[in-house]
Design a protein around this ligand. Structure first.
Ligand code: C2E
Ligand code: SIN
Ligand code: SIN
Ligand code: FE
Ligand code: FE
Length: 353
């Protein structure tokens, strides 16, 4: 309805005389009108002018009222505009047909003035209420989307901040954890996992090594290889991380705990802490593992120099004595190989200074 609250009513009739009559009646009641003489013009006119109500003749030569109303009701841009069918056919069958096609109301010719006024008024109220609801829903929708985005942003910020506190000891910057998010989401997407999964692993994966916060510096930052005792301390970072995250209840911390516990398990059963094998290792962790190894190999660590992309892919696919292809889920490995160039691009985009 326009700003001065005057309704605009579209009159559709092939006979000029009928249009004039309806115009006169509606103007007398304070409404504005538009008119069309052909059914086929109605849809475009209704889209362009957004009338509040349509009075539609049934018997028209080119496109009859049944077909016209069906088209109006099939188009989301016009389906909420109420339609009154105006007919000389006073039979029950054509009324039913028009209702089935989506018309809200009926008027029989000759038009009864009081009848017209009541139906027009009722349907204009209905339209006004419909407009109000649609607008209200749209505003609610926007607010919910906005709040959700704000919450997620805050959540992501918290995750990256906490995780950086845990990892900054053996890394110069927080880039590793950011890259991990991107690699994991890329593999999840390439493996056709749900967008929900992609989204959750994006936020959960950076928490995989939070357990490193509990590893003493003389172990974590040791420039060389470990004694067996140091190794056994280092290996506790998986369970430690899982227990830190176990108190969380969001899908992100739950997936994060699962990944933390299992991200050093190997497909062939040679990993830790539980020596799980094959599909007994959660898929989240199987995805995480290959992303973690790729990024650890590419990066500088207190105990190792960075390795170039091509050599890294070679180590993962051919093995080097420490890392073996048998460590990885073959399906995830195949996917990694197909996406290898994109791993390189992610690394280059978020490289440590
Ligand atoms: P990280 O540095 O984040 O490495 C994660 C994983 O990447 C390692 O898990 C391993 O599978 C792979 N990886 C890392 N560097 C190399 C490498 O030079 N060659 C090969 N082939 N694979 C590599 P892993 O072995 O379970 O180690 C877990 C964590 O233990 C490492 O996380 C790191 O924090 C620590 N760590 C492992 N070895 C050493 C070491 O010799 N010295 C020190 N200071 N820390 C070590
Ligand atoms: C992200 O939020 O997309 C990670 C931030 C980054 O890529 O540095
Ligand atoms: C992003 O695309 O950078 C974030 C999407 C998400 O949080 O899953
Ligand atoms: Fe780890
Ligand atoms: Fe890591």
């Amino acid at each position: 309805m326009n700003s001065n609250n005057r309704a605009t009513i579209l009159i559709v009739d092939d006979e000029e005389r009928n249009v004039k009559l309806l115009e006169a009646l509606l103007h007398a009641d304070g409404h504005a009108t538009l008119s069309a003489s052909k059914g086929r013009d109605v849809l475009a006119l209704a889209v362009a002018e957004q009338p509040d109500l349509i009075l539609l003749d049934i018997m028209m030569p080119d496109m009859d009222g049944f077909e016209t109303v069906a088209r109006l009701k099939a188009d989301p841009r016009t389906q909420r505009v109420p339609v009154i069918m105006v007919t000389a056919l006073d039979d029950r069958e054509s009324k039913l047909r028009a209702l089935e096609a989506g018309a809200e109301e009926f008027l029989s010719k000759p038009i009864d003035r009081a009848d017209l006024r009541v139906r027009v008024r009722n349907l204009l109220r209905l339209k006004e209420f419909g407009d109000f609801l649609a607008n209200h829903n749209r505003i609610l929708d926007e607010q919910v989307k906005e709040r959700t985005a704000q919450l997620e942003e805050a959540y992501r910020d918290t995750v990256f901040t906490l995780v950086r506190a845990a990892e900054h000891k053996d890394e110069e910057t927080g880039h590793h954890v950011r890259r991990i998010s991107h690699y994991c989401r890329l593999l999840a997407q390439a493996m056709d996992l749900s967008t929900d999964f992609q989204h959750t692993i994006y936020l959960a994966s950076p928490m995989h090594d939070v357990g490193k916060i509990g590893i003493p510096d003389h172990v974590l930052l040791k420039p060389g290889g470990f004694t067996p005792e140091e190794w056994s301390i280092m290996k506790t970072h998986s369970a430690l991380g899982a227990s830190i995250l176990a108190s969380g209840t969001s899908p992100y911390t739950r997936m994060g705990a699962e990944i933390a516990l299992n991200h050093h398990e190997h497909w062939d059963g040679s990993g830790y802490p539980n020596g799980l094998q094959g599909a007994a290792i959660p898929l989240t962790a199987r995805i995480m593992q290959i992303c973690d190894v790729y990024d650890a190999l590419r990066s500088r660590r207190p105990y190792k120099a960075p390795i170039a992309h091509a050599r890294t892919v070679e180590i993962i696919t051919q093995g080097d004595g420490r890392t073996r292809p048998e460590h990885f889920d073959p399906a995830v490995l195949a996917c990694f190989v197909r996406q290898a160039e994109r791993f390189a691009a992610i690394y280059d985009q978020h490289v440590d200074e």
